[in-house]
Every structure is written in C-alpha cells, then in structure tokens.
Design a protein around this ligand. Structure first.
Ligand SMILES: *[C@@H]1O[C@H](CO)[C@@H](O)[C@H](O)[C@H]1NC(C)=O
Ligand SMILES: *[C@@H]1O[C@H](CO)[C@@H](O)[C@H](O)[C@H]1NC(C)=O
Length: 282
C-alpha cells in the first residue's frame, strides 16, 4: 500500500498562504471523495449569525492582494490565540511578514471590521512541525484591540474535556477539498470523542484513506467527530473550538484529514497549554 506523500502538508488545515503549491496538487486526489455541492460550508456547516462569534479573528497577509491565512481568537485586548503552524506560514526570512493583519468585528473576513497590525509572536517552544505537536502560538497586536458588541475576548476553559462534550467550531475555511474559502464565517456543532476512540479512528482512517499521519496524543489534542461531509477543511486552522454549555474556548484547529472525509478533526487542547498561555499573554 502506498501512502500519500508528505502528510504534513496535506494534513495541516491552514489556508492558502502557508505552502501554496500543495493543495491544488495533492488534495485534488480527494475530489471524488467529497460532496461537491456548493451548499457545503466549513464543510457541512451553516452561516454563523453576525456577532455570534465575536472572538473570531481572521489572519491575512498581503497589502494589494489580501489573502486569507488562518483563523484565530481574541483572548485579551492584545493577544490572539492561533495554531503554531499558522504563524510559521507568515514567517519569512526570520520575521513575520509586514503585511500580517488581524481582522476582528466582521463575519466576512475581507469586508468590514477593523484590521490590526501584528507586532510579534510567541510560538510554543516545543512546537514540532514534523509530528504536529504543541501546535499553539500567540500573536500580539501593535495596539489594543477595541472591544464592542461584535469584538469580544473569549474566556479560555482549562478544565479537561472528555468525550461527548458539545462544541461549536467557527471558521472561514474551504467549503470542500480544493474548493473556495468561505468569505462568510461558518459554524458547525461537533461532539468531542474520547482519546482512545480518536486514536483508533485516526489509525483506521489513515489506512482507509491512505494518509500517512502522525500519532494522536490525546493529552495534547482534543478530537471531534461529526460525520462524513461535516468537519474542518483547509483554512480553518487556528480557529476556535468553544464549549456550547459553558462557553469557554477548549481547542484550536490543528490538523485532520481534509476535508470532512469521515475521520476525526484534531484540535490543540487549550487546557494542556495553560502555563504557556498565561505566561505569555499580555
Ligand atoms: C528572503 O531572503 C532572500 C535572501 O536574502 C531573498 O532573496 C528573498 O527575496 C527574501 N524573501 C522575501 C519574501 O523577502
Ligand atoms: C515566532 O514564529 C517563528 C516561526 O514559527 C518562530 O521561529 C519563532 O521562534 C517565534 N518567536 C517566538 C518568540 O516564539
């Protein structure tokens, strides 16, 4: 059995920025496996109500042509939480690209809202790109982000999240593999699954879908699973997973089998990185 080459590039759920050459090539292998109807969102989500995800941040690059990079969330008026691989994608020649911006206060990433320049990042020191572990980082804006009805800080929920917890993911990611990004913020309600079930399902999917993927570490990664045609896709990376019962953020979109092929999606567990976040958030 031959596995798809270069799982990292395939599995990461970042947008068009990071490694522009891969997705057109590699993800096209999977066109036949996904529903190509244009009604699919996130994949399989619905449009989020304006202001209902006021913590969501759209990360973009470029000044003349602005490209969507990743999702993120506002955790203080100056600190943005996202995935380490998202930051890596905006890191060129030893610094963040100067056109890197955080847009808040709009459900449409390229329209309305307010954009803030990003001054610096703090990436988790043990971020391991090769096996996608500790995929978490912070971005600090140059100036304070002004809060409003549509711009809110999200509380973080550090308690351990077990199985069967209802969560809500929001993102601007592709609506299907190789399909367009969604200009409108989309949402999907998902249930968490146990670490054991996740390890098993991911191993199974890796064989069935012929993906070479890293091992899931249930202590560091929280898995959610909906169904085929409902899940995360490229461009959703960095976006927040929020408990629907108590409202705190518990996960950051990290990796999976794009896009909604019937396998779990892996989120960096916010609760596993409390020390890191509390140490560096400003
Ligand atoms: C990065 O640095 C190299 C060597 O100095 C240069 O050729 C290249 O244009 C730089 N890339 C960007 C995007 O600035
Ligand atoms: C910022 O991100 C880059 C790219 O991932 C990383 O190499 C660097 O160590 C990060 N800086 C800090 C202070 O974490």
């Amino acid at each position: 059995m031959s596995f798809k080459y270069g799982f990292l590039l395939i599995a990461l759920l970042s947008g068009c920025l990071a490694k522009p050459s891969f997705d057109a090539q590699d993800l096209s292998i999977f066109f036949e496996h996904v529903d190509t109807s244009d009604n699919n969102r996130i994949v399989g989500g619905t449009q989020a109500e304006e202001g209902s995800a006021a913590h969501m941040v759209a990360l973009t690059v470029g000044s003349n042509i602005v490209s969507f990079s990743c999702g993120a969330s506002l955790i203080t008026t100056q600190t943005i939480l996202t995935a380490a691989h998202c930051i890596e994608g905006a890191w060129v020649n030893g610094s963040l690209v100067s056109s890197y911006r955080a847009t808040v206060g709009t459900n449409v990433w390229n329209q309305g809202g307010t954009s803030y320049a990003i001054a610096r990042n703090v990436t988790h020191p043990n971020y391991l790109e090769s096996i996608i572990k500790n995929d978490i980082g912070l971005l600090m804006t140059s100036t304070d982000i002004h809060l409003s009805d549509t711009v809110k800080v999200i509380p973080l929920s550090f308690g351990f999240v077990g199985e069967g917890i209802k969560t809500r993911a929001t993102g601007w990611g592709r609506i299907r593999a190789g399909g367009p990004l969604s200009n409108n913020l989309l949402e999907l309600t998902l249930s968490t699954i146990s670490g054991e079930e996740c390890v098993e399902k991911v191993a199974q999917a890796a064989v069935e879908l012929e993906y070479l993927v890293p091992d899931v570490d249930p202590a560091l990664e929280l898995c959610v699973f909906h169904s085929v045609d409902h899940g995360m896709c490229n461009g959703d990376s960095g976006s927040a997973l929020v408990r629907t019962d108590i409202g705190g953020q518990v996960g950051v979109v990290s990796w999976g089998f794009p896009c909604a092929l019937g396998a779990p999606d892996m989120f960096t567990r916010v609760g596993a990185f409390r020390d890191f976040i509390e140490k560096h958030a400003v």
